[in-house]
Design a protein around this ligand. Sequence first.
Ligand SMILES: [Fe+2]
Ligand SMILES: [Fe+2]
Length: 254
Amino acid sequence: MEQEPRSLRFAQFSDTHVRCDERYFRNVDSKAALKKAVGMVPGDIDFLVHTGDLISRPADPCSYDAYAALIAAAPCPVWHIPGNHDDPRLMAEHVPGCDTEYPWSFLLHGVRFIGVDSSTGNIDGAQIERLRVLLQSAEPCVLFVHHHICAMKDSWLNQFALENAGALCGVVNAAGTRVLGIIHGHIHHQAQFGCAGVPVFSTPALSAQFDPYGAFLATTQEPPAFTEFEVSPDLQELRARVHHVEESHQTGGK
Ligand SMILES: [Fe+2]
Ligand SMILES: [Fe+2]
């Protein structure tokens, strides 16, 4: 009997903002949220990717060690890219499996996954050039970046977007292959955009959620969450499903 084509599935964590010396990030117990989320990741998932802001500034070894101790319980391989709160060198020294060279890429079940470093607020020219080459590959691609690239109407978050989003969109649009999606964190808010000519997914934070249309740095009472993605068996489409981590949302925190 012919077997059903296998769906490729992965989970995305982002913006955990763990600190060894603070229990709360805003009003969320970030270490408790991460611990619960790791326990919720399906055991048969292909991999997990963390799209940055593992910890909160200032970057220190102790906070990366606290993060590493919690993510070690994940039931699958874990990939990381840094966010603007991260120090990529320190992160690589203290979190097992972190890369020191970006973009990283790997091929899994016919899909190429690529992670870039935007921790400085932009993607440097050398990475853009590597990306241009990687996107010429014959396989469909999925791209991970920390920062958002699409403007949000009248939102205070626009000032924190990727500085050279145009360069990134340029290489994506010129790609010789199909880009199934660009996946990011950073805005602590679930959304889906189409500004780059391909689907762009933003995951909720695995800590406090921002209100993009409220006052500067305003947060909401929505719980921490992460996203599970499935690549359709024909490798044509990316589907997202959010998992909320209800019990970790605290009131009375900072
Ligand atoms: Fe963040
Ligand atoms: Fe960020």
